[in-house]
Design a protein. Sequence first.
Length: 435
Amino acid sequence: MNILHRNSLFFAIRGFCRKYSSASSEPAAKTVLHTSRTYSGDTPVKTSGELHLTSSHYDLYRLDKGPSTVSEVTREECLRMYRDMLIMRRMEIVAANMYLKKEVRGFCHVYVGQEACAVGIHSVMRPHDTSITSYRCHGWAYLVGESVENIFAELLGKVTGSARGKGGSIHIYGKRFYGGNGIVGAQIPLGAGLALAHKYNNDGAICFSVMGDGAVDQGQVYEAYNFAKLHDLPVVFIIENNQYSMGTSTKRHSANIDYYTRGDVIPGVRVGGMDILAVREAGKFAIDHINKGNGPIILQLDTYRYYGHSMSDPGTTYRTRDEVRLMRESQDCIKGFQDKLVSTKEVTDEQLKKMEKEVKLEIDEALKRAMAAPAPAVEETYYDIYRDYSDKVKMPAWGAFTQHKNVSHLIQKEEEKIDIKKSDKSKQNKKKGSK
């Protein structure tokens, strides 16, 4: 029975919840998992040689054809995606606990519940592609290559952190990953700029520019859409619609909650963001769309966050505990993928439980190492202030400032001069006093 007909969430998360159901048969090849999504409701369909599993359907805008309804992935790829989701969830739960213990200062936004969005998209990204996201960035940073230890260290303000302890939860960066941005929607024009650089350099890369539903109503987002389409830039605008902008539901802050249609002349796709395979296929479709010279595309990933907007938000004043519980029980992206994997008979429950224990141990060990790391030295305050320009860049005379690597030494010398003057003055006063 569809969850929407069983509880009062219909008006809160209309069009979002669909109950997963599954049927199984042996895959055609032992190393390959075949899954597909049907548009005909929640009834599973069987055909010879393939495993058909139902999922959220795709809604299309300005497109005649959407993402594939068949996701063909190897056993190894599935296990890698499953492990990535486990790591992200455990990492975020630990981060939340650190915040509650006041070990993490400032803001902290966790990604628990939304793991399928980042992992599904990243699973099809190429090494030369770039990405940029909002302040809910820990999971994305991990996927692009930052270690869990370095992410924890950054949250704790340690020198071994991804930004040497100076960025905190919101400003984490990695290889071809441009943050972690603290201003709502600010990353979207930056994403268009990255895409412009890709086109200018003709490097074949695509920028994946990620935002939440709260950013979609920003004027700068529409400006970025216009610029991207005007120049047919290689950019995928991804909307992680977790149903609430801080404490405001989508229907209360947006006149049109079909965000995938709001790019005007930019085509879009709505995807069930709790299904990692649906997200993966949408990502592949977006890459193919851009590679054919069609310009930008919008992906709306309908998802759900289990925690509040940030760790200072209990997340229960604008939604009920029953709503969160029902989403955890019926729509959880990790549990849903686990059931699909086990149904193929390529993986057992015991193997997945063993992986979960291994991940928990790895995360706990990473936390211990991060906690033991030193804090940044005082002189770190003066680093990374100015850019080191290459010899190819000719700066005007007024811009011939001292590079940041020398600034701390100059300041230190000035401080030493002040200390010497203070010391000399103190000695003179003592001499006068003795006379």
